[in-house]
Write a protein that binds this ligand. Structure first.
Ligand code: PGA
Length: 247
């Protein structure tokens, strides 16, 4: 049985005072955990979050990682740097990075590889746009995106976390139905099975307008092993309800 993971993706939100208040409310409201919980914070706040989460049961995550080790890559953050702040997870290939920063499947695969080599678990995001879904290309798109990561990461592939995030559901309030999500998760699970010696280890999260009201139904699906939560992770009460739903 895989232990579920609920990961908050704060995106480009927060501030020193707001982060402190949010984390304090979360820690105060956290009951005994039966799932893993992580917060993926903006890079400048990793040091603050490391302090706030010290001795807590919430893991720290980053929202991106460089495909390079060190050197002349202005603005990028290496996995070694992330490790210095106790980071355990790094989101890679979020659709916002693919869309606004032109990250290709090859770049995403290289980032996942670098993260794994540096001891940080990549949360690899895959997902189709609305046009792709309407054209009947959902499976083709997510399989292509995951295949690139499998190709580059070979036998380490069971150590990644996958997040299925339909682009049309992100931040839109339109969630995939539990059946729609499960269908894609089953496809990804089969793809991992064919590629990995330990496919049972790999978590496949759902992301895209998961909230306090719909989390339980999504998380009840056999191949949904947790959630990557954007908007609802910024409200302590909502995030706590989602965490409880995973228990
Ligand atoms: P959302 O974002 O929960 O606000 O839809 C999810 C994500 O982009 O990871």
């Amino acid at each position: 049985m895989r232990k579920k993971l609920i990961a908050g993706n704060w995106k480009m939100n927060g501030g020193l005072a707001a982060n402190q208040a949010l984390v304090q409310s979360l820690l105060a409201g956290l009951a005994a955990l039966r799932c893993d919980v992580a917060i993926c914070a903006p890079a400048p706040y990793l040091a603050q979050l490391q302090g706030l989460l010290d001795h807590s049961s919430i893991f720290l995550g980053a929202q991106d990682v460089s495909a390079h080790d060190s050197g002349a890559y202005t603005g990028e953050v290496s996995v070694t740097m992330l490790r210095e702040f106790g980071v355990r997870y790094a989101i890679v290939g979020h659709s916002e990075r693919r869309q606004y920063h032109g990250e290709s499947d090859v770049v995403v695969a290289a980032k996942a590889q670098r993260a794994l080599a540096g001891g940080v678990k990549p949360i690899v995001c895959v997902g189709e746009t609305l046009a792709e879904r309407e054209a009947g290309k959902t499976e083709e798109v997510v399989k292509r995106q995951l295949a690139a990561v499998i190709h580059t990461n070979g036998h380490c592939i069971s150590e990644i976390v996958v997040a299925y995030e339909p682009v049309w559901a992100i931040g839109t309030g339109k969630t995939a139905s539990p059946e729609q999500a499960q269908q894609v998760h089953a496809v990804l699970r089969a793809q991992l099975k064919a590629a990995s010696a330990h496919p049972e280890r790999t978590l496949i999260l759902y992301g895209g307008s998961m909230n306090a009201a719909n989390a339980a139904q999504l998380l009840a699906q056999p191949d949904i092993d947790g959630g990557l939560i954007g908007g609802a992770s910024l409200k302590a009460a909502d995030f706590l309800t989602i965490i409880a739903a995973a228990g």
